[in-house]
Design a protein around this ligand. Structure first.
Ligand code: NAD
Length: 492
């Protein structure tokens, strides 16, 4: 099936083909066409023309909101098919994929509502004859570049606000997991997006991502992915001084004080880090535990980690799927080997599973490492896999210092039954999202994004719409009078 969509037409692309691999067993899910630089050019030209001269420019915010609502309805109609495809593509469980589709639907509905209520503002300048207005206009042609871990979800955080604001876009999903992004573009077309408004090109970062971000007709790049790619995109955007939104990695602390119920702490330590095999930007990969509770909690987490059921994301009873690729598993194995060589203690996992039926997939057992410290690579770098490291603290100040001792700043959590302490710690943590006695929840109406090397800007919420807008000031003097500034006479 043709998988590139350019100017309202489905096409195979001129960059050859690529196999999309099922991480559960290494089989080919689908073979998709790839774009070349010429396809990127055509997609950007289509988006440019649709923005500059097409009917899209004349749509009202209410009409764009209606389009988003129709996409949401189609997502509900196709939920099972999309969730099934997401599981085949990423390996995550069907339960997780269904939640993703529900979340994506909610994001489209949220921005449909916000589009219609976002009217700009009038500024009172204290002069009755002056009308001063700040109007919200679209930025223009947006390149939307997404990672492989939450392909559909991450795309929705970009495409829904971009369209709500009146932009046109060229989407480039990860070459590893492109399938549900193609399905979403099909729904946008079915919902009535005019030709050129939504385009999608498939391919890798070098042959498709880079020419797209560097293209002189692209006004904005919205990127979610790894730190090194984000830095390359920031450098590449300098010549054109493009608008940028970058959502990068995280190294997220999960801080547990000893007044937390042990069962609750153990249960959520696992959920925080091992969901989607740890391939979550906000995964609670660094457990930071008060010393008096440390040994008992670590033993209980280790016991439960060994019980986690690995398997096909499509099978009933599977609690965790595989890693996305063999290369990614190699990377995880090297993190564990380095940590053990540096003195970490293996509490659980640290190996591939023994079950013969999992041998063809990219599985790795959920791994718990104790006695870890700040100088280890496993603490400093984002592993993006099923590795939980444990550190200890004795005072609240030490807990905060450890939680902030990272060059990232995406998310973190604090567990305690002392509410004053909970809010003190939440306030002191330099991370874009902090959960108190919880982990993972997000809502479309609340901003998401990182501090420090986790990125610039925010997705979701009203700020997530503002990312895709120019806020223009229009000053109207209804009773103009001569300024008399230049009269040729000396000023007194
Ligand atoms: P990646 O950086 O390897 O790739 C992301 C996307 O960028 C892909 O589509 C890729 O093809 C493209 N790309 C690669 N090189 C490019 C270039 N030079 N120019 C333009 N595009 C290029 O990241 P990944 O491995 O797909 O995803 C994992 C990373 O994403 C992790 O670091 C994770 O933390 C991060 N992530 C962050 C968030 C967040 O909300 N902050 C959410 C999900 C994932």
């Amino acid at each position: 099936m043709a998988s590139l969509y350019i100017d309202g037409q489905w096409t195979d692309g001129s960059g050859g083909t690529s196999d999309v691999i099922n991480p559960f067993d290494g089989s080919v899910v689908e073979t998709v066409g790839q774009a070349d630089a010429g396809d990127v050019d055509r997609a950007v030209a289509a988006a440019r023309a649709a923005f500059d001269t097409g009917p899209w420019r004349g749509t009202t915010a209410a009409e764009r909101g209606e389009l988003l609502r129709r996409v949401a309805d189609l997502l509900v109609r196709d939920k099972e098919h999309i969730a099934h495809t997401e599981t085949l593509d990423t390996g995550k469980t069907l339960a997780e994929s269904r939640i993703d589709v529900d979340d994506v639907t909610a994001v489209f509905r949220y921005y449909a509502d916000l589009a219609g209520s976002d009217a700009g503002r009038v500024v009172d300048v204290g002069q009755a004859h002056v009308l001063s207005r700040v109007v919200h206009e679209p930025v223009g042609v947006c390149a939307l570049i997404t990672p492989w871990n939450y392909p559909l979800l991450q795309l929705s955080w970009k495409v829904a606000p971009a369209l709500a604001a009146g932009n046109t876009c060229v989407i480039k999903p990860s070459e590893v997991t492109p399938l549900t992004s193609v399905l979403l573009v099909r729904l946008c077309a079915e919902a009535g997006a005019p030709a050129g408004v939504v385009n999608i090109v498939l391919g890798d970062g070098r042959s498709v991502g880079a020419p797209l971000t560097e293209h002189r007709c692209v006004d904005m790049v919205s990127f979610t992915g790894g730190l090194a790619t984000g830095q390359a995109i920031i450098r590449a955007s300098a010549a054109g001084v493009k608008r940028l939104a970058v959502e990068l990695g995280g190294k997220n602390p999960n801080i547990v004080f000893a007044d937390t119920d042990l069962d609750l702490a153990a249960d959520w330590a696992l959920t925080a880090v091992f969901l989607h095999a740890g391939q979550v930007c906000s995964a609670g990969a660094r457990l930071i535990v008060e010393e008096s509770m440390h040994d008992e909690l670590v033993a209980e987490i280790g016991r439960r980690a060994e019980l986690i059921r690995l398997g096909s994301g499509l099978a009933e009873g599977t609690e965790s799927g595989p890693l996305v690729s063999a290369a990614h598993r190699d990377k995880i194995e090297s993190f564990v080997a380095d940590a053990l060589a540096d003195g970490a203690r293996l509490v659980a996992g640290g190996r591939r599973p023994d079950e013969p039926e999992l041998a063809d997939g990219f599985f790795y057992r959920p791994t718990v490492l104790a006695d870890t410290h700040r100088d280890m690579r496993v603490i400093r770098e984002e592993t993006f896999g099923p590795i939980l490291t444990v550190e200890k603290f004795t005072t609240e100040a030490e807990a905060v210092a450890l939680g902030n001792d990272t060059s990232y700043g995406l998310a973190g959590a604090v567990w305690t039954s002392d509410m004053a302490r909970a809010h003190r710690v939440a306030g002191a943590l330099r991370h874009g999202t902090v959960w108190i006695n919880d982990f993972h929840p997000y809502v479309p109406g609340a901003e998401w994004g990182g501090m420090k090397r986790s990125g610039n800007g925010r997705e979701l919420g009203p700020t997530g719409l503002a990312e895709y807008q120019e806020h223009k000031h229009i000053w109207h003097n209804t009773a103009p009078a001569p300024a008399r500034w230049f009269t040729g006479e000396a000023r007194s």
